[in-house]
Design a binder for this molecule. Structure first.
Ligand SMILES: *Cc1c(COP(=O)(O)O)cnc(C)c1O
Length: 394
């Protein structure tokens, strides 16, 4: 498809061009785990579904094209994708990771990979000097996440890539929040781009999946070997769900980004809201870097209320957002980092990182944005109302 230079918007809708037999417009789901061999010495294109499955392969091609890489890999979850990629490291290697990394990645590094002799350090990736100072002779991988969760901090991707290349390290980037429509890290020199496809790519809060793409032949070969060896592959049914979800990625991202902008502006004007974190806002730290390296601010924003009590009142009052973990669904999702994604982090450590008891994260979905704003407005009113009545009561 890319040979024809179609836009991502168009290419997404014509991803199912696999079926030569029937002309099916929707990708067939191949449940077969094994494939007939026509001759004792002749393996066909497929032999066993862990090594290669026709439905999964369509998905892997789609994500590779979207990210502008040479090969894509589909896994049974975002964590399965991340874990498999880290298996490129061996005992004695060191990995340098953004301190604002996804909680599951933090756990994998600090509680699993460490037992296999893989060393790690966390750094503030906003600070290139600190990144440079933290690279060791045995650093194998520098791992980025930008914008980060939940404060949407921005890492200078090209800056980190330059440091990595000068020191012979690989760069990995978790692109879950942006999707390849808004950010294409491989074009900025990153070696491996990873996704929790559970979020925006699938988009309907109904499938767990992970995707990986590389533009480097050697790494592609290593990852093919690791994907087959470790075996955490995505099943054909889930591959199909993801292929289907991704067809509407462009229209979903466009609309929810537009709505996120409106909601960010609404929130910053409300006095109950102390701070709004959204890469689109002119004062957002690192915004110029984000503008340079991406094509949009995305559909996730965070905002800070005074305290946990205000959060409780707002979350009880709002009708539309699902109050839940996760993000990237068609429905708006309101999350509470202090008690959800960062619950395992000690309170002081959380506070140091700005994840206070008043912080909320919103993943904006496809509802009518005026109705979303009305709902949030009513919720914010409730915070003040009860404060006032408390004052009267006393
Ligand atoms: C959800 C998430 C993951 C983990 O993905 P799963 O599909 O839940 O395993 C990794 N990185 C980020 C940024 C995420 O939001």
């Amino acid at each position: 498809m890319n040979e024809n230079h179609y836009s991502q918007q168009t290419a997404l809708l014509h991803s199912s061009a696999l079926e030569d037999h029937t002309g099916a417009v929707s990708t067939p789901i191949y449940h077969s785990t094994t494939f007939h061999q026509t001759d004792i010495d002749l393996f066909g294109r497929y032999d066993y579904s862990r090594s290669g499955n026709p439905t999964r392969e369509v998905l892997e091609k789609v994500i590779a094209e979207l990210e502008g890489g040479i090969k894509g890999f589909a896994f049974s979850s975002g964590m399965a994708a991340i874990s498999t990629c880290f298996l490129m490291c061996s005992q004695g290697d060191h990995v340098l990771i953004s301190e604002e990394v996804y909680g599951g990645t933090y756990r994998l590094i600090t509680e699993v990979l460490n037992r296999f002799g893989i060393q790690y350090s966390f750094v503030d990736m906003k600070d290139l000097h600190e990144v440079a100072r933290s690279i060791k002779v045995n650093t194998k991988v520098i791992y980025m996440e930008t914008p980060s969760n939940p404060l949407l901090n921005i890492t200078d991707i090209e800056g980190v890539v330059k440091l990595a290349k000068a020191n012979g390290c690989f760069t990995f980037l978790d692109n879950t929040f942006m999707t390849p429509l808004l950010q294409q890290p491989l074009s900025l020199g990153v070696d491996v781009v990873l996704h929790s496809a559970t979020k925006f790519l699938a988009g309907h809060s109904d499938v767990l999946a992970g995707l990986v793409v590389t533009g480097n032949e050697d790494i592609a070969e290593k990852l093919s070997f690791l994907q087959n060896s470790f075996g955490a592959v995505l099943g054909p049914q889930d591959s199909w769900l993801l292929i289907r979800g991704m067809k509407t990625l462009h229209v979903r991202i466009s609309q929810s980004t537009e709505s996120a902008w409106k909601i960010a502006r609404f929130l910053e004007a409300r006095k109950e809201v102390e701070e709004v974190y959204y890469p689109g806002l002119s004062y957002h730290r690192g915004r110029e870097i984000h503008v340079r390296q991406s094509r949009g601010a995305g559909a996730v924003l965070s905002f800070r209320l005074e305290n946990g009590e205000a959060v409780r009142k707002l979350s009880k009052a709002v009708q539309l957002p699902a109050f839940a973990v996760s993000l990237g669904g068609v429905e708006t999702i309101l999350s509470y980092p202090a008690k959800m994604s960062h619950a395992s982090m000690p309170r002081e450590e959380r506070k140091r990182r700005g994840i206070t008891d008043g912080l909320l994260r919103l993943s904006v979905g496809l509802e009518n944005v005026d109705e979303l704003i009305e709902d949030l407005s009513m919720g914010l009113d409730r915070i003040r109302e009860s404060t006032v009545s408390k004052v009267i009561n006393f």
